[in-house]
Design a binder for this molecule. Structure first.
Ligand SMILES: *[C@@H]1O[C@H](CO)[C@@H](O)[C@H](O)[C@H]1NC(C)=O
Length: 321
């Protein structure tokens, strides 16, 4: 009996520790293969996903149509449904990503914004997401859209706050300093988002192994623009690139681990670099890490022989000690 009680106690403790990561470990998931990615393994939601590996899962992504309405089924909405079916008691927060990078500036007109808001809120409500992650940036001066993006986020925040339960609003933002200048009214956005996912994952793909100066510069830029550090999640990739290509092809971690030795142009973060990036998150007191992507890590642990999700697990060991 005492042994049993001890065991139960340990289980409760472990479950508690699992649920109380002091930082965020936000992971993206996308089942639709990126066209730039060769030979994707089939990720099976029920058998491969580890529901408590990450604190938040961002399901990528839907885009509004010309009427500024997002789809209400398929893609990430189906993936999220499959996740809930397989893991009904998962505690990880789920976010629907809406990608606005291909959407025209017309979305920032008040009537379109209202249509967009209604469609997003309806889908989040019907599908039972814990919140929305909006992806947007621009790489040229356009003050009107920069202001429009703030207004859109303020409207979504107001709408999400009216919903029952706690709903999150987050933003995936550029990690390129000039794009940050062009795109975001950082202090205003910081008031309405729960956190920023900074897309620094592949900024340092061609630099010296072990160095990530571009990622550091992007994070510093947001801090300089008064983003609270605790709301910044630094992007870290689970994949690499074949740099011997004008349009570098993505190599999933499971591909990189079994790449022939001749593939000297394949760049993927070493264990030491992954550890250094995760430690940077801790040392700088950022909110957490933003991992792209679950399905590009060695999710079944076969190719790298280092257990399932070796990259995300390595980061987790540092940011969720
Ligand atoms: C957004 O849409 C929801 C759902 O239709 C609505 O309840 C809410 O009032 C809207 N919010 C704003 C700020 O327009």
């Amino acid at each position: 009996m005492q042994k049993l009680l001890l065991l139960v106690g340990l289980c409760v403790l472990v479950a508690h520790l699992e649920a109380t990561c002091p930082r965020k470990l936000v992971c993206t998931f996308q089942s639709i293969p990126n066209l730039n990615t060769a030979n994707l393994n089939n990720f099976n939601m029920a058998s491969h996903m580890e529901p408590e590996l990450c604190t938040h899962i961002v399901f990528k992504s839907v885009q509004p149509d010309n009427a500024m309405v997002i789809p209400s089924s398929g893609g990430p909405i189906q993936d999220h449904h499959n996740f809930n079916l397989a893991f009904p008691s998962a505690t990880a927060k789920t976010l629907l990503e809406v990608d606005l990078t291909q959407t025209s500036s017309a979305i920032f007109a008040p009537l379109n914004m209202a249509t967009f808001n209604t469609s997003v809120i309806n889908v989040v409500d019907a599908a039972g997401f814990d919140g929305v992650n909006i992806l947007w940036s621009q790489s040229h001066e356009n003050e009107q859209d920069k202001i429009g993006f703030t207004a859109l986020m303020q409207e979504l925040n107001a709408a999400l706050e009216e919903m029952p339960g706690t709903r999150l609003l987050t933003a995936s933002v550029s990690g390129v300093p000039s794009d940050i200048d062009y795109s975001y009214e950082v202090p205003q956005l910081a008031l309405v988002v729960d956190f920023f996912n900074v897309m620094t994952a592949d900024l340092d793909r061609t630099s010296t192994p072990g160095q990530f100066a571009a990622a550091i510069a992007g994070m510093q830029k947001l801090v300089a623009k008064d983003a609270p550090k605790a709301k910044l999640n630094m992007g870290i990739a689970t994949y690499g690139f074949d740099t011997n290509n004008a349009n570098p092809k993505i190599w999933a971690k499971y591909q990189a681990c079994v790449a022939p030795a001749s593939s000297s142009t394949v760049r993927v973060d070493s264990a030491a670099t992954i550890d250094a990036k995760a430690q940077h998150v801790v040392d700088e007191e950022f909110g957490g890490a933003f991992m792209t992507s679950l399905q590009l890590d060695d999710f079944d642990g076969v190719a790298c022989a280092a257990g399932p999700f070796p990259v995300i697990q390595r980061v987790k060991d540092v940011v969720c000690p």
